[in-house]
Design a binder for this molecule. Sequence first.
Ligand code: ADP
Ligand code: MG
Length: 237
Amino acid sequence: MLEVVKVIKKYGKTLANDEVSLTADAGKITVMMGPNGAGKSTLIKAIAGLIRFEGEILIGGHANKSLPAKRLLGYIPEMPAVYDLLTVTEHLQFIRKAYRLPVDDAYQARETELLERFEMTENKNKLGRELSKGMQQKVSIMCALACDPKLIIFDEPMVGLDPHAIKELKQMFAQLKQSGAAVFISTHMIESVEGIWDDAHILMKGKVAASISSRDQADLESLFFAITEGTKGGGGK
Ligand code: ADP
Ligand code: MG
């Protein structure tokens, strides 16, 4: 569902992405792990079409900046950005309309289900500016899901959430995977994806240091430390 081919992104002299190639498949949870500054958010912004880059990114076989690609993508940024003066349900309907998708009975049923799943039914008429950080993140996730994406990208989704919300989020990842979507999660915290990942790409200093599948190597943690602490591959400094 997602194909990243030799993506290069420079910020001045900083090489944030250095020929990054990776994939994420439908019906799987793919994680991109790496320490702070490894280039994860940069790659995600490139995938979401928010920055210029060299290389190629395909979503469902379409160039990432094309309309068919954008229709397939749900993106939950690191920092949720909500509109101060829209209510929770207005956010969802606004995004549907921006995607030229109907706000019909089928959608209303979906909206009700999303509000219930995220325990936001009671807050559905609150304005963006009245929402806590955790609620803003829920709105951000619900907006992404309201357009039935086939590729859902989360940038550091667990940061700032309480343990209850993290547990819910993990269940949601599993449900999305079950529904056949490609789930792509960026994180620097291994424990947040423990037990749920199918494929993993470890990013270090802008490069993919390793790509593994949980079928072949279930112990992500020791591989991660072996790579990031320089006892394997890369060679350290
Ligand atoms: P990660 O998400 O893995 O923590 P980022 O992709 O945010 O990493 O950053 C990768 C590198 O690019 C870092 O060295 C960071 O300082 C740099 N960088 C990120 N965004 C910008 C920007 N807008 N301008 C300049 N440098 C940036
Ligand atoms: Mg980041």
